[in-house]
Design a binder for this molecule. Structure first.
Ligand code: AQP
Length: 332
């Protein structure tokens, strides 16, 4: 069976974008892959973070993933800082990757914005650690949202350069698995920005912990335009907010944009938004309820993560030991 690796940052409450872009796919892939899913707390400290809440956010996110359907018995769920192989390989990759490659990363440019001189160096080298996260397990398939496509291309470049420089065929090629609909869920307030945990406006996103009333209110207030929905997909051109809501409906209803427009085309946003809110509540409420149930026993969630980290380390340590030998380290 092919090995899957993917991660999510404990930088806040997971949202609909994380779910439709990544986590829902993670759940489905458990059927026929060996999966490792990681709460990437090392990545979370590349931006300003609250050291008083990071541990709790890591646990909360793990509970939300289990509530979404991640099975920590059949697969491996753990937090990144508990497995040191990530940092060991991350350093090697930081020495393999080239400045020019990292300079091209659009996510760094977006996140650093105008404050480039003041962001942490960790934010700049983040994609090296992400490559290590995956390749420490020799994982070959990585389910992510569309925003991570460029980072995975970089991971392949790093793996190839490592193999070439040290004359080995050690690291495999990685394939990105990006969902066909809702690969990039956009903010409910601005159709040109991706939905994000760190957006200062809570109205911009649907959190997986939002209750039914909150979800309905956020969808009712979601930005749209005055025109009715088009009947054809081409009619969504230049209407990013309409496209986003139609994409969300399509992903939740397992159809495509055309399927949604066949049903709602020609109608105003009132009817469509109300149907979308109902669909969201039906899909997300059980996740919120299960997350709350799991978090009533935090020790149980911590034990799941501890066991996951032991199993992850057992896979990664021999691979990273070998990578260190290939690089030339003395391993007495
Ligand atoms: N808006 C999105 N649409 C589709 N997929 C998304 N993902 C994130 N946002 C969207 C996917 O979710 C997975 C986990 O992402 P992450 O938490 O590790 O980091 P991120 O991409 O930086 O997500 P956020 O919410 O924007 O977090 P912050 O605000 O902390 O930076 C990834 O597979 C990602 O593609």
């Amino acid at each position: 069976m092919q090995r899957i690796f993917s991660g999510i940052q404990p930088t806040g409450v997971p949202h609909l974008g994380n779910y439709l872009g990544a986590v829902r796919n993670w759940v489905a892939l458990q059927q026929n892959h060996d999966c490792l899913y990681c709460v990437v707390d090392l990545h979370a400290i590349t931006a300003d973070h609250d050291h008083k809440t990071l541990a709790a956010q890591t646990r909360d996110l793990a509970a939300a993933l289990i509530a979404c359907g991640i099975d920590p018995d059949r697969h491996v769920l753990f937090n990144q800082s508990a497995v040191h192989a990530h940092v060991r390989l991350g350093w090697i990759f930081t020495c393999v990757a080239r400045m020019g490659w990292l300079n091209r990363m659009t996510q760094f440019k977006d996140k650093a914005g105008k404050d480039r001189e003041n962001v942490s160096t960790g934010l700049f080298t983040y994609p090296n650690l992400m490559a290590a996260d995956i390749l420490a397990y020799h994982a070959t398939r990585v389910p992510v949202g569309d925003d991570q496509r460029q980072h995975l291309e970089l991971a392949n470049d790093i793996a190839q350069k490592f193999n070439h420089d040290f004359e080995v065929e050690f690291f495999p090629a990685i394939e990105a698995l990006i969902p066909p609909t809702a690969a990039r869920v956009m903010s409910l307030r601005d159709g040109s920005k991706k939905m994000s945990k760190s957006d200062t406006s809570d109205q911009s996103r649907i959190n997986l912990t939002d209750d039914a009333d909150t979800i309905s209110a956020k969808i009712r207030r979601a930005k749209t335009d005055p025109e009715p929905l088009p009947s054809e997909v081409e009619g969504l051109e230049g209407r990013p907010e309409a496209r986003n809501l139609v994409g969300i409906y399509a992903a939740l209803d397992d159809t495509d944009h055309a399927g949604v427009l066949a049903r709602f085309g020609g109608q105003g946003f009132g009817t469509f938004k109300s149907a979308l809110a109902d669909l969201l509540v039906a899909k997300l409420s059980p996740i919120a309820a299960e997350t709350t149930r799991l978090l009533a026993d935090p020790g149980h969630v911590d034990a799941i993560l501890r066991r996951g980290a032991e199993r992850a380390a057992a896979i990664a340590n021999p691979i990273v030991d070998e990578a260190e030998r290939i690089v030339g380290f003395l391993k007495p």
